[in-house]
Write a protein that binds this ligand. Structure first.
Ligand code: KG4
Ligand code: ZN
Length: 375
């Protein structure tokens, strides 16, 4: 159980107390956009205390492993098979009945459409059944707001979102007010880790495997490119780096364990340099366009990488910023972040109609504070 007390910046205390204790709100959150099925219940109390009452997560990694990546049809089917049970378990663990919920949130995209439909349709059915509002959440918005659940970070802050599907630098100005400063023009960083792992036969998912192999490697053995390094826009590009790793590996076939370690270390060092440089440019752009960020926040699975975290800590300190990295379980996909984004929106009086669409693509800066809201 995760519990964080304190005043909620942007969310003032003094709302109507409902349910048990001094709860203002309980929201159920469902996450099914990729290869994790998750159901969670989060509570917000009148004094700003937020508690994750349950956060059930089931990874589908074993189902996808034989294919070396996520297979959309397998993912959708696996979500259908377990979601209703996970909702029940999350409610039992939270110790509240459905009647105590104030809203039902689901990730409505972006993501694999089959999976998104499973979660969103389930949330609609529950919301309709209990007569409570539906919250159709942008999955990226949920990542972006997680540091407010874990660390009560005030707006505005700079978010580095680095996962298997996204590499973005975003100015988070308020709920529903996101300004994307930079993004990847080809692969996402996690995707590049996964592809390099695949080409070096390190298995799936690749990020952790590459990080472990890199520990015994020489980061300077291979001179790999740092795409877009020094450029004035904080964008990423990974495909040239990935190709350079492939060419370097092909040139020294057959590979022994030390070669693989050196390739991983050299690749990771190139990624670290790019992340640091691009983040530095984004901090400057933030200060120029928006003002002083309250923190540098990291979200997404790649945030678990220690070399990247350490380097980011150094650059945050240099820039005089606090670095906030939620714990790994809340950095990767989970229902608690969806429930929390639901609370942030519901508290502001926003909700969605039952015809809310599932969206395979949904840029964060299109998520306005009140898309078709009815409150
Ligand atoms: O956020 P996430 O769990 O799922 C989505 O993509 O939404 O991120 C998964 C990605 C994968 O590409 C995985 O290889 C990468 O995060 N990842 C890592 C590490 N752990 C996970 N990349 C680098 N180093 C890691 N330790
Ligand atoms: Zn995600």
């Amino acid at each position: 159980m995760f519990n964080k007390a304190g005043s909620l910046s942007g969310i003032k205390s003094g709302g109507t107390a409902r349910g048990n204790r001094r709860a203002m709100m309980h929201v159920l959150g469902l996450e099914t956009t990729c290869d994790e099925t998750s159901a969670a219940v989060v509570r917000l109390e009148a004094d700003g205390t937020r508690t994750i009452l349950s956060n059930r997560i089931r990874s589908q990694i074993e189902e996808h492993r034989p294919f070396g990546g996520v297979v959309p049809e397998i993912a959708a089917r696996a979500h259908v098979e377990v979601l209703d049970r996970m909702v029940r378990d999350a409610m039992v663990e939270a110790g509240i009945g459905f009647d105590a919920l104030d809203g039902v949130a689901a990730a409505a995209g972006p993501g694999l459409i089959g999976g998104v439909l499973v979660g969103l349709t389930t949330a609609k059915a529950i919301a309709l059944g209990i007569g409570k509002p539906l919250l159709a959440i942008n999955h990226l918005e949920a990542h972006a707001l997680t540091p407010r659940l874990t660390d009560n970070v005030p707006f505005p802050y700079l978010l580095l979102l680095v996962s298997g599907g996204h590499s973005q630098l975003v100015a988070v100005r308020d709920v529903g007010d996101y300004h994307r400063l930079g993004t990847t023009i080809d692969d996402a960083i996690g995707e590049a880790f996964d592809k390099v792992a695949k080409m070096l036969s390190l298995g799936f998912p690749g990020g952790p495997a590459v990080e472990i192999a890199a520990r015994d490697g020489d980061p300077e053995r291979f001179a790999l490119p740092r795409p877009l390094f020094g450029r004035p826009e904080p964008d990423f590009s990974l495909s040239g780096l990935k190709t350079a790793v492939r060419l370097a590996a092909e040139a020294i076939q057959p590979l022994n364990d030390q070669d693989v370690a050196d390739l991983c270390a050299s690749f990771q060092a190139a990624i670290v340099d790019c992340v640091i440089d691009r983040t530095r440019v984004a901090i400057r752009a933030f200060r120029r366009e928006i003002g002083q960020p309250s923190a540098l926040v990291v979200a997404g699975g790649v945030g678990a990488n220690r070399a990247i975290r350490h380097a980011l800590q150094r650059s945050a300190t240099e820039a005089g910023l606090r670095l906030v990295v939620p714990p790994p379980k809340l950095c990767t996909d989970n229902g608690a972040m969806i429930a929390w984004a639901g609370i942030e929106r519901l508290w502001r009086g926003f909700s969605d109609n039952l015809d809310a669409a599932a969206r395979p693509r949904w840029p964060l800066d299109e998520t306005r504070a009140k898309p078709g809201a009815r409150a």
